[in-house]
Design a protein around this ligand. Structure first.
Ligand code: CP3
Length: 352
Protein backbone atom coordinates (compact mmCIF):
# COMPACT_ATOMS: atom_id res chain seq x y z
CA UNK A 1 0.00 0.00 0.00
CA UNK A 2 1.54 3.33 -1.07
CA UNK A 3 1.82 5.69 1.85
CA UNK A 4 3.92 8.26 0.04
CA UNK A 5 2.64 11.77 -0.45
CA UNK A 6 2.81 13.46 -3.85
CA UNK A 7 5.48 16.14 -4.38
CA UNK A 8 2.93 18.98 -4.05
CA UNK A 9 2.26 18.43 -0.37
CA UNK A 10 2.69 21.57 1.77
CA UNK A 11 6.27 22.56 2.50
CA UNK A 12 7.66 21.59 5.92
CA UNK A 13 7.47 25.22 7.08
CA UNK A 14 3.68 25.03 6.85
CA UNK A 15 3.59 21.68 8.57
CA UNK A 16 3.79 22.91 12.12
CA UNK A 17 1.20 25.62 11.49
CA UNK A 18 -1.49 23.68 13.28
CA UNK A 19 0.60 23.21 16.39
CA UNK A 20 1.71 26.83 16.38
CA UNK A 21 -1.85 28.11 15.96
CA UNK A 22 -3.07 25.78 18.69
CA UNK A 23 -0.42 27.18 21.02
CA UNK A 24 -1.65 30.70 20.23
CA UNK A 25 1.51 31.71 18.37
CA UNK A 26 1.53 34.17 15.49
CA UNK A 27 1.22 32.35 12.15
CA UNK A 28 1.34 33.61 8.54
CA UNK A 29 -2.10 32.13 7.84
CA UNK A 30 -4.61 29.97 9.65
CA UNK A 31 -4.07 26.22 9.36
CA UNK A 32 -6.90 24.26 7.76
CA UNK A 33 -8.27 20.74 8.22
CA UNK A 34 -11.79 19.32 8.16
CA UNK A 35 -13.57 17.19 10.70
CA UNK A 36 -14.47 13.90 8.97
CA UNK A 37 -12.09 14.73 6.13
CA UNK A 38 -11.30 11.00 5.89
CA UNK A 39 -14.21 8.91 4.78
CA UNK A 40 -17.23 8.81 2.61
CA UNK A 41 -16.80 12.05 0.67
CA UNK A 42 -13.76 10.47 -1.00
CA UNK A 43 -14.18 7.93 -3.85
CA UNK A 44 -10.82 6.38 -2.94
CA UNK A 45 -12.21 5.69 0.54
CA UNK A 46 -15.45 4.17 -0.77
CA UNK A 47 -13.38 1.95 -3.04
CA UNK A 48 -11.24 0.70 -0.16
CA UNK A 49 -14.25 0.29 2.14
CA UNK A 50 -16.17 -1.90 -0.34
CA UNK A 51 -16.79 -5.36 1.12
CA UNK A 52 -15.25 -4.41 4.48
CA UNK A 53 -16.90 -3.55 7.78
CA UNK A 54 -16.09 -0.06 9.03
CA UNK A 55 -14.62 -1.40 12.30
CA UNK A 56 -12.51 -3.98 10.43
CA UNK A 57 -11.06 -1.13 8.40
CA UNK A 58 -10.25 0.73 11.63
CA UNK A 59 -8.63 -2.42 13.04
CA UNK A 60 -6.33 -3.00 10.04
CA UNK A 61 -3.42 -0.59 10.58
CA UNK A 62 -2.16 -0.46 6.97
CA UNK A 63 -5.64 0.35 5.66
CA UNK A 64 -6.50 2.79 8.45
CA UNK A 65 -3.23 4.64 7.75
CA UNK A 66 -3.98 4.73 4.03
CA UNK A 67 -7.43 6.25 4.67
CA UNK A 68 -5.88 8.74 7.12
CA UNK A 69 -3.53 9.96 4.37
CA UNK A 70 -6.09 10.17 1.57
CA UNK A 71 -7.47 13.65 2.39
CA UNK A 72 -3.98 15.04 3.03
CA UNK A 73 -2.88 13.95 -0.44
CA UNK A 74 -6.01 15.15 -2.13
CA UNK A 75 -6.71 18.45 -0.35
CA UNK A 76 -3.31 19.50 1.00
CA UNK A 77 -4.77 20.12 4.45
CA UNK A 78 -2.41 21.10 7.28
CA UNK A 79 -3.22 18.10 9.47
CA UNK A 80 -4.40 14.53 9.28
CA UNK A 81 -6.87 13.08 11.73
CA UNK A 82 -6.54 9.40 12.43
CA UNK A 83 -9.08 7.27 10.61
CA UNK A 84 -10.83 5.49 13.45
CA UNK A 85 -14.06 5.96 15.39
CA UNK A 86 -15.00 7.00 18.89
CA UNK A 87 -16.33 3.48 19.59
CA UNK A 88 -13.04 1.72 18.73
CA UNK A 89 -11.74 1.83 22.35
CA UNK A 90 -15.10 0.43 23.53
CA UNK A 91 -14.81 -2.46 21.10
CA UNK A 92 -11.25 -2.94 22.38
CA UNK A 93 -12.54 -3.74 25.87
CA UNK A 94 -15.18 -6.14 24.59
CA UNK A 95 -18.28 -3.97 24.14
CA UNK A 96 -20.39 -5.52 21.42
CA UNK A 97 -20.59 -2.59 19.02
CA UNK A 98 -21.29 -2.45 15.31
CA UNK A 99 -21.27 0.59 13.04
CA UNK A 100 -24.32 0.38 10.79
CA UNK A 101 -24.02 2.30 7.53
CA UNK A 102 -26.28 5.33 7.50
CA UNK A 103 -27.14 4.77 11.18
CA UNK A 104 -24.01 4.90 13.31
CA UNK A 105 -22.75 2.88 16.27
CA UNK A 106 -25.20 0.30 17.63
CA UNK A 107 -24.52 -1.43 20.97
CA UNK A 108 -26.07 -4.90 21.30
CA UNK A 109 -26.28 -4.82 25.11
CA UNK A 110 -26.69 -1.28 26.43
CA UNK A 111 -25.12 -0.10 29.69
CA UNK A 112 -27.89 1.02 32.01
CA UNK A 113 -27.30 -0.21 35.55
CA UNK A 114 -24.53 -0.24 38.14
CA UNK A 115 -23.94 -3.93 37.41
CA UNK A 116 -23.23 -3.07 33.75
CA UNK A 117 -20.34 -0.78 34.68
CA UNK A 118 -17.90 -3.64 35.22
CA UNK A 119 -17.90 -4.15 31.42
CA UNK A 120 -16.13 -0.82 31.05
CA UNK A 121 -12.60 -1.65 32.16
CA UNK A 122 -9.63 0.45 31.08
CA UNK A 123 -7.95 -0.99 27.96
CA UNK A 124 -4.42 -2.40 28.13
CA UNK A 125 -2.23 -0.34 25.78
CA UNK A 126 0.00 -3.18 24.62
CA UNK A 127 -2.74 -5.63 23.78
CA UNK A 128 -6.19 -4.03 23.50
CA UNK A 129 -4.86 -0.92 21.73
CA UNK A 130 -2.01 -2.42 19.69
CA UNK A 131 -3.80 -1.97 16.34
CA UNK A 132 -4.60 1.65 17.21
CA UNK A 133 -0.95 2.34 18.00
CA UNK A 134 0.19 0.65 14.78
CA UNK A 135 -2.27 2.70 12.70
CA UNK A 136 -0.89 5.89 14.25
CA UNK A 137 2.73 4.88 13.65
CA UNK A 138 2.09 3.99 10.01
CA UNK A 139 0.12 7.21 9.49
CA UNK A 140 2.92 9.32 10.95
CA UNK A 141 5.50 7.55 8.78
CA UNK A 142 3.50 8.44 5.69
CA UNK A 143 2.76 12.00 6.78
CA UNK A 144 6.28 13.26 7.21
CA UNK A 145 6.03 16.81 8.56
CA UNK A 146 2.25 17.03 8.52
CA UNK A 147 0.97 16.55 12.07
CA UNK A 148 -1.47 13.82 13.01
CA UNK A 149 -4.40 14.61 15.29
CA UNK A 150 -5.40 11.77 17.58
CA UNK A 151 -8.87 11.70 19.09
CA UNK A 152 -11.32 10.10 21.44
CA UNK A 153 -15.00 10.42 22.22
CA UNK A 154 -15.75 12.39 25.37
CA UNK A 155 -17.39 10.58 28.30
CA UNK A 156 -20.86 12.08 27.73
CA UNK A 157 -20.97 11.30 24.01
CA UNK A 158 -19.69 7.74 24.56
CA UNK A 159 -22.22 7.31 27.37
CA UNK A 160 -25.03 8.38 25.05
CA UNK A 161 -24.31 5.49 22.67
CA UNK A 162 -23.82 2.99 25.49
CA UNK A 163 -26.98 3.92 27.37
CA UNK A 164 -29.28 4.38 24.36
CA UNK A 165 -27.84 1.35 22.55
CA UNK A 166 -27.34 3.49 19.44
CA UNK A 167 -27.65 7.00 18.03
CA UNK A 168 -30.46 9.16 19.39
CA UNK A 169 -31.72 12.67 18.77
CA UNK A 170 -32.09 14.01 22.29
CA UNK A 171 -30.33 11.42 24.46
CA UNK A 172 -33.44 11.16 26.66
CA UNK A 173 -32.53 7.83 28.32
CA UNK A 174 -29.00 9.06 28.88
CA UNK A 175 -30.15 12.24 30.56
CA UNK A 176 -32.74 10.30 32.54
CA UNK A 177 -30.01 8.03 33.94
CA UNK A 178 -27.90 11.10 34.70
CA UNK A 179 -30.73 12.71 36.67
CA UNK A 180 -32.17 9.61 38.32
CA UNK A 181 -28.93 7.80 39.25
CA UNK A 182 -26.24 10.43 39.70
CA UNK A 183 -23.96 7.95 41.48
CA UNK A 184 -24.09 5.36 38.70
CA UNK A 185 -23.74 8.16 36.17
CA UNK A 186 -20.63 9.61 37.81
CA UNK A 187 -18.96 6.20 37.84
CA UNK A 188 -19.97 5.56 34.23
CA UNK A 189 -18.41 8.84 33.12
CA UNK A 190 -15.30 8.24 35.21
CA UNK A 191 -14.77 4.87 33.54
CA UNK A 192 -15.34 6.38 30.10
CA UNK A 193 -12.84 9.12 30.89
CA UNK A 194 -10.27 6.42 31.69
CA UNK A 195 -11.03 4.58 28.42
CA UNK A 196 -10.74 7.81 26.40
CA UNK A 197 -7.54 8.76 28.23
CA UNK A 198 -5.96 5.37 27.50
CA UNK A 199 -6.86 5.69 23.81
CA UNK A 200 -5.36 9.17 23.64
CA UNK A 201 -2.21 8.16 25.53
CA UNK A 202 -1.70 5.33 23.06
CA UNK A 203 -2.10 7.64 20.07
CA UNK A 204 0.24 10.32 21.45
CA UNK A 205 2.91 7.78 22.40
CA UNK A 206 2.68 6.41 18.86
CA UNK A 207 3.20 9.86 17.33
CA UNK A 208 -0.01 11.96 17.37
CA UNK A 209 0.99 15.59 17.96
CA UNK A 210 -2.37 17.07 18.91
CA UNK A 211 -5.65 15.58 20.09
CA UNK A 212 -9.32 16.35 19.75
CA UNK A 213 -11.95 15.24 22.22
CA UNK A 214 -15.30 14.87 20.45
CA UNK A 215 -18.22 15.65 22.73
CA UNK A 216 -20.55 15.80 19.77
CA UNK A 217 -23.86 15.44 21.60
CA UNK A 218 -23.20 17.27 24.89
CA UNK A 219 -25.06 20.32 23.55
CA UNK A 220 -28.26 18.63 24.77
CA UNK A 221 -27.33 19.53 28.36
CA UNK A 222 -27.88 22.79 30.21
CA UNK A 223 -24.85 24.62 31.55
CA UNK A 224 -25.78 23.60 35.10
CA UNK A 225 -26.13 19.95 34.09
CA UNK A 226 -22.73 20.14 32.39
CA UNK A 227 -21.06 21.56 35.49
CA UNK A 228 -22.56 18.98 37.79
CA UNK A 229 -22.64 15.83 35.68
CA UNK A 230 -19.96 16.14 32.99
CA UNK A 231 -17.23 18.60 33.93
CA UNK A 232 -15.63 16.41 36.65
CA UNK A 233 -15.06 13.51 34.23
CA UNK A 234 -13.82 15.90 31.52
CA UNK A 235 -11.34 17.38 33.97
CA UNK A 236 -10.09 13.89 34.85
CA UNK A 237 -9.61 13.16 31.15
CA UNK A 238 -7.93 16.48 30.42
CA UNK A 239 -5.61 16.07 33.42
CA UNK A 240 -4.37 12.79 32.03
CA UNK A 241 -3.88 14.36 28.61
CA UNK A 242 -2.04 17.32 30.18
CA UNK A 243 0.73 14.95 31.26
CA UNK A 244 1.37 14.17 27.56
CA UNK A 245 2.14 17.79 26.69
CA UNK A 246 0.15 18.01 23.45
CA UNK A 247 -2.51 20.61 22.63
CA UNK A 248 -6.11 19.48 23.13
CA UNK A 249 -9.16 20.66 21.19
CA UNK A 250 -12.60 20.05 22.73
CA UNK A 251 -15.56 20.12 20.36
CA UNK A 252 -19.30 19.68 20.71
CA UNK A 253 -22.15 20.43 18.36
CA UNK A 254 -24.60 23.12 19.51
CA UNK A 255 -22.52 24.10 22.50
CA UNK A 256 -22.80 27.88 22.17
CA UNK A 257 -24.28 27.96 25.68
CA UNK A 258 -21.44 25.81 27.04
CA UNK A 259 -18.35 27.46 25.55
CA UNK A 260 -16.95 28.66 28.87
CA UNK A 261 -17.51 25.17 30.27
CA UNK A 262 -15.65 23.51 27.41
CA UNK A 263 -12.72 25.84 28.11
CA UNK A 264 -12.97 25.09 31.85
CA UNK A 265 -12.06 21.47 31.10
CA UNK A 266 -8.50 22.70 30.56
CA UNK A 267 -8.64 22.50 26.74
CA UNK A 268 -6.12 24.54 24.76
CA UNK A 269 -8.66 25.02 21.97
CA UNK A 270 -12.43 24.93 21.60
CA UNK A 271 -14.27 23.89 18.46
CA UNK A 272 -17.17 26.16 17.59
CA UNK A 273 -20.09 25.29 15.34
CA UNK A 274 -21.66 27.67 12.81
CA UNK A 275 -24.34 28.85 15.20
CA UNK A 276 -21.87 30.76 17.36
CA UNK A 277 -20.13 33.69 15.64
CA UNK A 278 -16.34 33.50 16.09
CA UNK A 279 -16.11 37.08 17.46
CA UNK A 280 -18.61 36.15 20.17
CA UNK A 281 -16.64 33.01 21.06
CA UNK A 282 -13.40 35.02 21.10
CA UNK A 283 -14.90 37.68 23.37
CA UNK A 284 -16.24 35.08 25.77
CA UNK A 285 -13.16 32.84 25.93
CA UNK A 286 -10.38 35.43 25.67
CA UNK A 287 -7.03 35.21 23.86
CA UNK A 288 -5.67 32.26 25.86
CA UNK A 289 -8.08 29.82 24.16
CA UNK A 290 -7.60 28.95 20.48
CA UNK A 291 -10.78 28.74 18.41
CA UNK A 292 -11.46 26.16 15.72
CA UNK A 293 -14.29 26.35 13.19
CA UNK A 294 -16.86 27.20 12.03
CA UNK A 295 -18.00 27.03 8.41
CA UNK A 296 -21.41 25.39 8.10
CA UNK A 297 -20.75 22.00 6.41
CA UNK A 298 -23.85 22.71 4.32
CA UNK A 299 -21.91 25.52 2.60
CA UNK A 300 -19.71 22.79 1.09
CA UNK A 301 -22.79 21.29 -0.58
CA UNK A 302 -23.45 24.57 -2.40
CA UNK A 303 -21.74 25.84 -5.58
CA UNK A 304 -18.16 27.01 -4.99
CA UNK A 305 -19.08 30.73 -5.18
CA UNK A 306 -21.47 30.28 -2.26
CA UNK A 307 -18.98 28.22 -0.29
CA UNK A 308 -16.24 30.77 -0.93
CA UNK A 309 -18.41 33.67 0.23
CA UNK A 310 -19.17 31.91 3.51
CA UNK A 311 -15.56 30.81 3.99
CA UNK A 312 -14.43 34.40 3.48
CA UNK A 313 -16.91 35.59 6.09
CA UNK A 314 -15.61 32.99 8.55
CA UNK A 315 -11.98 33.96 7.91
CA UNK A 316 -12.80 37.67 8.17
CA UNK A 317 -14.47 37.12 11.54
CA UNK A 318 -11.68 34.93 12.97
CA UNK A 319 -9.19 36.13 15.58
CA UNK A 320 -5.75 37.04 14.19
CA UNK A 321 -4.03 34.66 16.57
CA UNK A 322 -5.09 31.36 18.07
CA UNK A 323 -7.33 30.24 15.23
CA UNK A 324 -7.69 27.04 13.17
CA UNK A 325 -9.97 26.98 10.13
CA UNK A 326 -12.40 24.05 10.07
CA UNK A 327 -16.03 23.27 9.48
CA UNK A 328 -18.52 23.65 12.30
CA UNK A 329 -19.10 19.86 12.18
CA UNK A 330 -18.02 16.94 10.04
CA UNK A 331 -17.91 16.82 6.24
CA UNK A 332 -21.24 15.54 4.93
CA UNK A 333 -20.82 12.26 3.02
CA UNK A 334 -22.41 13.69 -0.14
CA UNK A 335 -19.92 16.59 -0.34
CA UNK A 336 -18.12 17.00 -3.67
CA UNK A 337 -14.47 16.46 -2.71
CA UNK A 338 -13.49 19.03 -5.35
CA UNK A 339 -15.15 21.71 -3.22
CA UNK A 340 -13.07 20.67 -0.22
CA UNK A 341 -9.89 20.82 -2.30
CA UNK A 342 -10.84 24.34 -3.44
CA UNK A 343 -11.69 25.35 0.11
CA UNK A 344 -8.36 24.15 1.51
CA UNK A 345 -6.53 25.99 -1.29
CA UNK A 346 -8.58 29.12 -0.64
CA UNK A 347 -7.59 29.17 3.04
CA UNK A 348 -3.93 28.45 2.20
CA UNK A 349 -3.68 31.08 -0.50
CA UNK A 350 -5.73 33.94 0.87
CA UNK A 351 -2.81 35.16 2.95
CA UNK A 352 -0.09 34.28 0.43
O1 CP3 B 1 -11.85 12.17 9.15
C1 CP3 B 1 -12.10 12.06 10.38
O2 CP3 B 1 -12.65 12.97 11.02
C2 CP3 B 1 -11.57 10.84 11.10
C3 CP3 B 1 -12.43 9.75 11.24
C4 CP3 B 1 -13.61 9.74 12.19
C5 CP3 B 1 -14.70 8.86 12.02
N1 CP3 B 1 -15.52 8.96 13.09
C6 CP3 B 1 -14.83 7.96 10.88
C7 CP3 B 1 -16.16 7.44 10.54
C8 CP3 B 1 -13.85 10.45 13.37
C9 CP3 B 1 -13.04 11.55 14.02
C10 CP3 B 1 -15.06 9.93 13.93
C11 CP3 B 1 -15.61 10.35 15.21
C12 CP3 B 1 -17.01 10.08 15.51
N2 CP3 B 1 -17.71 8.91 15.34
C13 CP3 B 1 -17.88 10.99 16.14
C14 CP3 B 1 -17.50 12.39 16.57
C15 CP3 B 1 -17.48 13.30 15.41
C16 CP3 B 1 -18.85 13.81 14.98
O3 CP3 B 1 -19.21 13.53 13.84
O4 CP3 B 1 -19.52 14.45 15.79
C17 CP3 B 1 -19.12 10.38 16.31
C18 CP3 B 1 -20.36 10.98 16.91
C19 CP3 B 1 -18.99 9.05 15.80
C20 CP3 B 1 -20.02 7.99 15.75
C21 CP3 B 1 -20.31 7.64 14.35
N3 CP3 B 1 -19.54 6.78 13.61
C22 CP3 B 1 -21.34 8.14 13.52
C23 CP3 B 1 -22.44 9.09 13.95
C24 CP3 B 1 -21.15 7.57 12.24
C25 CP3 B 1 -21.92 7.83 10.96
C26 CP3 B 1 -22.92 6.80 10.63
C27 CP3 B 1 -23.40 6.93 9.20
O5 CP3 B 1 -23.21 5.98 8.43
O6 CP3 B 1 -23.93 7.99 8.84
C28 CP3 B 1 -20.04 6.72 12.33
C29 CP3 B 1 -19.43 5.94 11.24
C30 CP3 B 1 -18.20 6.53 10.67
N4 CP3 B 1 -17.15 7.02 11.40
C31 CP3 B 1 -17.88 6.62 9.28
C32 CP3 B 1 -16.61 7.18 9.20
C33 CP3 B 1 -15.79 7.43 7.97
C34 CP3 B 1 -18.73 6.12 8.12
C35 CP3 B 1 -18.36 4.69 7.95
C36 CP3 B 1 -18.76 4.12 6.66
O7 CP3 B 1 -19.93 3.72 6.51
O8 CP3 B 1 -17.87 3.99 5.78
Amino acid sequence: MALLLPPDRPAPAAAALLLRALRGEEVPRPPVWFMRQAGRSLPEYRELRRGRRMLDLCGTPELAAEVTLQPVRRHGVDAAILFSDIVVPLEAVGIDVEIRPGVGPVIATPVQTRADLARLREPEPDTDLAALAAAVRLSCDGLGETPLIGFAGAPFTLASYLVEGGPSKAQARTRALMLAEPGVWAELLERLAAIAAAAIETQVRAGAQAVQVFDSWVGSLSAEQYDRHVLPAMQLLLQRIAALDVPVIVFGLGTGHLLERLAATGARAVGVDWRTPLPEAAARLGPAVTLQGNLDPAACLAPWEVCERHARAVLDSAPARGYVFNLGHGVQPQTDPGILTQLAAYVRERHA
